[in-house]
Design a protein around this ligand. Structure first.
Ligand code: SAM
Length: 313
């Protein structure tokens, strides 16, 4: 495993650069939780539900031997999911150096949680970089093209400016092979703006952070607060921007719709049972609370496909 650092050399005092630094510092400062601390979180079942959504997306689209680009990979929380899909190569990119270090520890099997686990079955490279700031195709030309790009709970950080939102999509498009798949999860702007209106909050300040701090969800979310700027992504604009970069929408589903649809499939129902996020539908202490279910409603899952024919062989 190689560990590279890239992208911090641009001296800039513009607002978007400062915001990106704040995001990086926020996530870098988050310490790795022990298993006990994680289980004690008031939103543990929401985290499990989110893990289930990510697992289903991966199982739906990853094929054995795939080359995977995990954009904003964080501490490597999805490494095991990719291993189960028997991928052939993994490149993880994140702006937060602390998260990349934790991800490396997890990959190398040094962490408390990983010690009894077998080694991952794929080679990996981890890079600390701002994926939304500069073209990365030349820098990553030896790793590309990828069969799958994944960006979980992180693409909205590119929506601080149009330039960054475009750069994110340009990088994905340049690094994916024709026919390759882009999967992700992010805040659902439709739901968020609706909620802001219902709570009579000022829509001009529409951001996920703003909503979480000012609505009835405050108490729950502040216990696991994200203390950095977060933007919402109007989906129709996202769809047409993606189209400009040769990425066609396969589907976008709010988390509630996603859960209701895929929970009907026995293999995913079994996975949910093993993760322990949802029980038999009754919201008791051992399963997802109504508040956690309401927070899940603020997110969506999307799948895009890079235009063009995959090359044969
Ligand atoms: N994808 C991981 C997961 O699902 O567990 C982490 C999600 S966490 C909510 C958001 C991640 O986005 C953080 O690790 C953060 O450092 C990363 N991030 C935010 N802006 C980024 C950028 N410009 N380039 C790369 N990573 C970024």
């Amino acid at each position: 495993l190689r560990y590279d650092t890239y992208g911090d050399s641009r001296a800039s005092d513009d607002e978007s650069f400062k915001n990106a630094r704040r995001v990086a510092e926020h996530y870098s400062a988050r310490s790795n939780q022990t298993l006990e601390e994680r289980e004690a979180s008031p939103i543990i079942h929401l985290k499990k539900l989110n893990n289930w959504i990510k697992s289903v997306l991966i199982q739906l689209y990853a094929r054995s031997k795939d080359a995977v680009l995990d954009i904003a990979c964080g501490k490597g929380g999805d490494l095991i999911k990719w291993d189960k899909a028997k991928i052939g190569y993994y490149l993880g990119v994140d702006i937060a150096e602390g998260s990349i270090k934790d991800c490396r520890t997890r990959y190398n099997g040094d962490s408390e949680q990983q010690q009894r686990r077998k080694k991952f079955g794929f080679p990996a490279r981890l890079i600390c970089a701002d994926f939304y700031e500069v073209p990365l195709d030349k820098y990553l030309q030896d790793d590309a093209p990828f069969d799958i790009c994944s960006c979980q709970f992180a693409l909205h950080y590119s929506w601080s400016t149009e330039v960054r939102a475009r750069q994110a999509l340009a990088n994905v498009s340049a690094l994916l092979r024709p026919g390759g798949i882009f999967i992700g999860t992010m805040p659902d702007a439709n739901v968020i703006v609706k909620r802001l209106r219902e709570d009579q909050l000022d829509v001009q300040y529409a951001s996920l952070n703003f909503l979480l701090q000012h609505s009835y969800l405050t108490k729950l979310c502040m216990q696991d607060a994200v203390d950095c700027p977060e933007w919402i992504v109007p989906f129709h604009v996202f769809k047409s921007l993606a189209d400009e970069y040769g990425l066609d929408l396969v589907f976008a589903k709010n988390s509630h719709e996603f859960v209701n649809e895929y929970l009907k499939k026995p293999e995913y129902a079994e996975l949910m049972r093993r993760l322990g996020a949802l029980g038999d539908g009754n919201h008791d202490q051992s399963t997802l609370s109504q508040d956690e279910w309401d927070v899940a409603y603020l997110y969506l899952a999307f799948v895009l496909k890079k235009r063009g024919q995959p090359s044969s062989g």
